[in-house]
Design a binder for this molecule. Sequence first.
Ligand code: HEM
Length: 138
Amino acid sequence: MLWLKAFHVISMVTWFAGLFYLPRLFVYHADTADEAGLVRFETMERRLFKLMTIGAAATVAFGIALLFAVPAYLHMGWLHAKLGCVALLIAYHVKCGTLAGDFARRCNRHNSRWYRAFNEIPSVLLIAIVVLVIVKPF
Ligand code: HEM
């Protein structure tokens, strides 16, 4: 149980490193026009997205393993709320992949201000999930 929790948190940190950094790359990528710069951002974004997808899959896998270890969690309100936040986080992750694909095809449709605002979303979800899982308010 404690080992599962440790690896759950380690993979969550890996995932969040990407969720925070990839949209930050988009902010600077949106303002880039030179060919060398574009190619560098495209490569960084492709590799980072792969790595954070591994982090996401491992977080979910260890989370599910924790539920098998302690099925009683399934009846708790905080877990249901947390899973709602996780669903939003996965939707955000998929959107990041779509945006990276748009950049790779050279058809980005947003400016750097839009990406700055988009970049705030994972912080809100991180705060919500950590409060739910540690404080367990309901
Ligand atoms: C399908 C996805 C997930 C499932 C099923 C899941 C499930 C769980 C369960 C059952 C626990 C044990 C709670 C306890 O012992 O009190 C846990 C702990 C934890 N989860 Fe998740 N989780 C998921 C995704 C996430 C995500 C995306 C985050 C990141 C924001 C996260 C952050 C944490 C943290 C920080 C703990 C540690 C709590 C402690 O130290 O006791 N989980 N998770």
